[in-house]
Design a protein around this ligand. Structure first.
Ligand SMILES: NC(=O)c1ccc[n+]([C@@H]2O[C@H](COP(=O)([O-])OP(=O)(O)OC[C@H]3O[C@@H](n4cnc5c(N)ncnc54)[C@H](O)[C@@H]3O)[C@@H](O)[C@H]2O)c1
Length: 345
């Protein structure tokens, strides 16, 4: 373990960044020494949560003035490319929120710049780190149901996401890009990379600009067929937001991740074991967000432990390119009405 805490700066001090700050504050081994936001009012408001940190409205100036080990970028995607390039040129490790890049060309450019300057690049893709999802991934990887042949990852909710993230109502590409990217990433973490993809989209809410429902069928290279479906237009008495529900069928049994954090393991003899896979909510978390907030803490803990061992993160830039390629392929498939072969790095 390095004796001195790593010196980090958080760039973009909006709605989601507070989770990232609080998670860093829970971890020994990291000091968030600076906050940066181009909006002075948001910066001043946010600085209340880390009064000891320096404040900057320009990331370039911050990187020039401070000695940092890493930056944690929590701005919208439109600001990712200039900030990641600045970080690479400054030689600091980078964590960047999803959706990582506006285009796959931008993603490749940022990945190449980080490699060229030998800086670590991690995309803050946290859904595969949610405790129930992680438990499902680990049981599958441990072989408890044998070889999988079918999967479903489903996120269906009527939760009003537009209240805290009003920009989501205005974006022409909505649910696949914002939420679907996470659910598709879970499918990759479970079943591996994808050879072919087909997608259908709908807009149910008439006052938003983009699609709020999508259904994607994936042919994974290792032989699994999966259905990944997501909706922000689903009315349910017990809304499971923000849980992703999972079904996996294997040749020796099946897994079912149900609402309320129960994981069922069915064997080939008709027996079922039910595990409690509920997240341990951090002290600063709040309902209904705590599964996501806990996954932020887990992702950042994983990043720190990998960083201290000199290892790349599971959701490094190259890995995330292959998730983002599914997003691009899904839009292309929906527009063209055909099956698409996603790009791969
Ligand atoms: N992983 C998750 O579960 C999750 C959940 C919600 C949002 N997000 C992602 O987090 C990111 C931020 O979303 P949000 O809802 O917090 O947005 P937000 O609009 O609330 O906050 C973004 C902040 O970034 C600042 N900013 C923009 N450009 C900047 C720049 N060049 N330099 C410094 N500051 C800049 C803005 O002033 C704003 O304060 C998005 O990419 C979003 O997709 C992830």
């Amino acid at each position: 373990m390095e004796s001195k805490p790593l010196r980090g700066a958080l760039i973009g001090c909006g709605f989601f960044a507070l989770n990232q700050l609080r998670a860093w504050q829970d971890l020994d081994g990291v000091d968030i020494v600076a906050l940066c936001d181009s909006d002075p009012e948001r910066l001043a408001e946010f600085a209340r949560y880390a009064p000891e940190a320096g404040t900057f409205s320009d990331a370039q100036i911050m990187l020039r003035e401070l000695e940092l080990d890493f930056i944690d970028i929590a701005t919208p995607t439109s600001a990712h490319k200039p900030l990641v390039l600045m970080g690479a040129w400054a030689g600091v490790d980078i964590i960047c929120q999803k959706p990582f890049a506006a285009t796959l060309d931008d993603a490749r450019l940022m990945i190449d710049a980080c490699a060229e300057h030998n800086v670590g690049l991690t995309v803050h893709e946290n859904f595969r780190w949610q405790a129930p999802v992680r438990a499902t991934i680990e049981h599958l990887r441990n072989g408890v149901i044998g070889t999988p042949f079918f999967g479903r990852v489903s996120f269906r909710s009527g939760f009003d996401v537009y209240r805290l993230q009003p920009y989501l109502a205005k974006t022409p590409r909505f649910i696949i890009e914002d939420l679907g990217v996470h659910v598709l990433d879970i499918a990759r973490a479970l079943f591996g990379d994808v050879a072919r993809l087909t997608c259908e989209t709908r807009r149910i809410n008439p006052v938003i600009a983009g699609e709020d429902v999508a259904t994607v069928m994936l042919a994974h290279e290792q032989g699994v067929t999966s259905v990944v479906d997501f909706s922000y237009a689903t009315r349910l008495a017990n809304d499971p937001f923000p849980q992703s529900l999972i079904e996996v069928d294997g040749d020796r049994g099946s897994l079912r991740l149900l609402a309320d954090f129960r994981l069922q393991i069915h064997d080939a003899h008709g027996h079922v074991e039910t595990l409690d896979v509920a997240p341990v909510a951090p002290a600063w978390s709040d309902a209904p967000w705590f599964p996501i907030q806990e996954s932020v803490l887990r992702l950042q803990r994983e990043w720190l432990s990998n960083r201290l061992r000199g290892q790349a993160s599971e959701t490094c830039g190259v890995d995330n390119f292959n998730t983002q390629a599914l997003v691009e392929a899904a839009y292309e498939s929906a527009v063209k009405g055909m099956t698409v072969v996603p790009a791969r790095l």
